[in-house]
Design a protein around this ligand. Structure first.
Ligand SMILES: *[C@@H]1O[C@H](CO)[C@@H](O)[C@H](O)[C@H]1NC(C)=O
Ligand SMILES: *[C@@H]1O[C@H](CO)[C@@H](O)[C@H](O)[C@H]1NC(C)=O
Ligand SMILES: *[C@@H]1O[C@H](CO)[C@@H](O)[C@H](O)[C@H]1NC(C)=O
Length: 583
């Protein structure tokens, strides 16, 4: 582990999300004095001039270059057309369903489902990191006759008062406010990665505690703060679906689905330390009777001490089985910020490729620190399950450079000369050993390549088969070729046990976002369902909803939207009364 002593480094507390007002327009002092940001610059390289970090140019809100109600679609000159493309919001559209959709054998469940997507939908001028795009929520709902699409921006201070913002994001900023007359404010909150339904609360998530809450019906922004003694949180909490009960009847399993337990893993220093060896797993508990806005509380279940301190410890995507919560203990390592051409948090740090994990036994709250024979960044875990050998965990692995790909300049370079292996490693399958009988977790996690030479990401699966050791499939988006594909341009169905490619779908000029699995029913076959994806046709300069038969990946139907929906990470599916977070 490198120590950050000689570099200007960011501390976990830098991720404090709540904007503050300043009395004076002394940006440096303002950032330095804010609780949390004090720690942010705790180890300063004396040669570094802080003022150089602030954007030299003023940034105004970008005028929207999007087509409106469907008729006149203008092709954007932006990279691939659907990156860095601001949407015109709010937006409300309806589309009559076609015969092909209505006569689909699984139509009954499809026609009662809703898909939500969390989209980087607004790119003010000066924002050159894709996943800093301001969070916007799309809802696609199906009834017996129509599909409707609603999109609204999440009303953060960056969205509402960009002109007075000092925006500090993953790869953007700190920016200089364009409006000199306005009171400047630090704008940090932008929950743009994933979504989490919990009780009757709907949260927008990100890997810091700066989550946001919306009304799932109106998509309006609501008050809501997550109460956790950490600046870091998981964009993908590990939620128990309660569906996997081998002995339970479908009715029992179904009625259980609401009793969902969601866990998060986070650094839990005793003092507000930058560098900590304390790691925790806690449960997310919605609070209703609270006089303040702390509506989601993280209750500590388990704590471990690592043999060495970690810097900005993070776990993007922990997973869950009936008896365990499994987290990869990733971290950020300091890099030399001088002249590296980056901005935002990534100017100072990148993800470390490390091999520590934390495994909590849900029956006892006891945690184990274990080590894999592979060191990597865990992009996503998906459907973990327990077997005779232990806990089987599959991972989309990434490199230290992975997050850098979303800088505009790197995406431009990538679109000319794709280099997938710079950002991804081979997907792997690891087994965390568990001693039968005692349930003791062993230290040595063994990993092997899951799918030779196949790169994919945004894995998804039938949510009724979560944690089920008999699950056979998962789905993902992938490049057709790591030599020539400039983005995710194919949908794949993969055998979960062998890693073999079973089916695929691709069409010239079409790029894809994550597919969401809409299951036909609790009792139906695992691959009986619809995959919902938002595609982008670069030849048309426009996006469409794509519905696939999940068993064959045959395209059931498509709905041109007449506008550009920017690329985005994640969404969730609601069928009847149940909403399934990802994964
Ligand atoms: C949708 O759900 C409602 C309420 O559960 C039900 O009455 C209706 O028949 C369902 N529609 C279809 C097409 O299954
Ligand atoms: C279905 O949705 C469309 C469009 O939103 C709406 O006009 C229609 O009334 C809805 N039908 C039913 C049965 O709710
Ligand atoms: C685990 O910790 C939580 C929070 O302290 C507690 O409510 C729960 O009972 C504990 N479970 C066990 C099995 O000790």
């Amino acid at each position: 582990m490198r120590t950050p002593s000689s570099f200007l480094v960011i501390t976990a507390a830098a991720f404090l999300g709540d904007p503050v007002q300043a009395d004076t327009y002394d940006v440096e002092a303002m950032i330095r004095e804010q609780d949390g940001f004090k720690l942010f610059f705790s180890a300063v390289n004396e040669t570094m001039d802080f003022k150089q970090l602030l954007g030299q140019e003023t940034h105004r809100k970008q005028t929207v270059a999007n087509a409106n109600d469907g008729s006149d679609v203008s092709r954007s000159d932006d990279l691939l057309g659907f990156l860095f493309n601001s949407m015109e919001l709010p937006k409300s559209l309806t589309f009559p369903l076609s015969d092909a959709t209505m006569s689909w054998r699984g139509a009954a469940s499809l026609l009662n489902s809703t898909v939500y997507r969390n989209i980087p939908g607004l790119f003010p001028e000066g924002m050159d990191y894709f996943f800093d795009g301001l969070a916007s929520i799309a809802r696609f709902s199906f009834n017996e006759t129509h599909m409707s699409m609603e999109v609204k921006a999440y009303e953060s201070s960056a969205e509402e008062q960009w002109e007075s913002c000092i925006f500090f994001g993953t790869g953007t900023g700190p920016t200089r406010p364009s409006d000199d007359s306005a009171q400047p404010q630090l704008c940090f909150k932008n929950p743009v990665v994933n979504m989490l339904p919990l009780g009757d609360q709907m949260w927008l998530t990100i890997d810091t505690r700066s989550w946001g809450r919306i009304d799932p019906v109106t998509l309006d922004t609501l008050e809501g703060i997550v109460d956790v003694p950490s600046s870091i949180l998981n964009a993908h909490p590990a939620c128990d679906s309660h569906y996997y009960q081998p002995s339970g009847s479908p009715a029992e399993r179904s009625s259980n689905a609401q009793a969902r337990e969601c866990f998060v893993q986070y650094p839990c220093p005793i003092d507000k330390e930058v560098f900590s060896d304390q790691v925790c797993v806690g449960q997310l508990v919605p609070h209703y009777n609270t006089s303040n806005e702390k509506l989601l509380h993280v209750e500590e279940f388990s704590r471990s001490t690592l043999p060495a301190k970690k810097f900005l410890q993070q776990s993007h995507s922990p997973c869950i089985t009936p008896n365990f919560v499994v987290s990869k203990l990733d971290e950020f390592d300091p890099i030399n910020p001088v002249g590296n051409g980056k901005a935002g948090i990534l100017k100072f740090v990148h993800q470390g490729e490390v091999n520590e994990w934390m495994v909590m036994d849900r029956r006892t709250n006891q945690s184990y620190i274990v080590y894999s024979d592979e060191a990597f960044v865990n992009n996503h875990f998906w459907n973990c399950y327990e077997s005779n050998e232990g806990i089987v965990v599959q991972s989309v692995t990434a490199t230290s450079d992975y997050l850098d790909i979303y800088f505009r300049s790197n995406l431009e370079e990538f679109s000319m000369k794709p280099d997938w292996w710079k950002y991804f490693k081979q997907p792997i399958e690891c087994v965390v050993p568990v001693e039968a009988g005692s349930g003791t977790v062993g230290e040595a996690v063994k990993c092997k390549t899951l799918s030779q030479d196949l790169v994919f990401d945004y894995p998804t699966f039938n949510p009724y088969f979560k944690m089920n050791p008999d699950a056979k499939y998962f789905y993902a988006i992938a490049p057709i070729s790591t030599e020539t594909s400039i983005f995710f341009d194919r949908l794949v169905k993969i055998d979960m046990k062998s890693g073999a490619l079973l089916s695929e779908w691709a069409r010239a000029d079409v790029y894809l976002t994550e597919a969401n699995f809409i299951p036909t029913g609790v009792d139906a076959a695992e691959d009986d369902g619809v995959l919902f994806a938002v595609g982008y046709d670069a030849s048309q300069g426009s996006s469409m909803v794509l519905l696939f038969d999940a068993s064959t990946l045959r395209l059931i139907d498509e709905y041109p939207l007449g506008l550009v929906v920017p690329f985005h990470a994640h969404g969730l599916v609601c069928v009847e009364e149940n909403c399934f977070p990802n994964p």
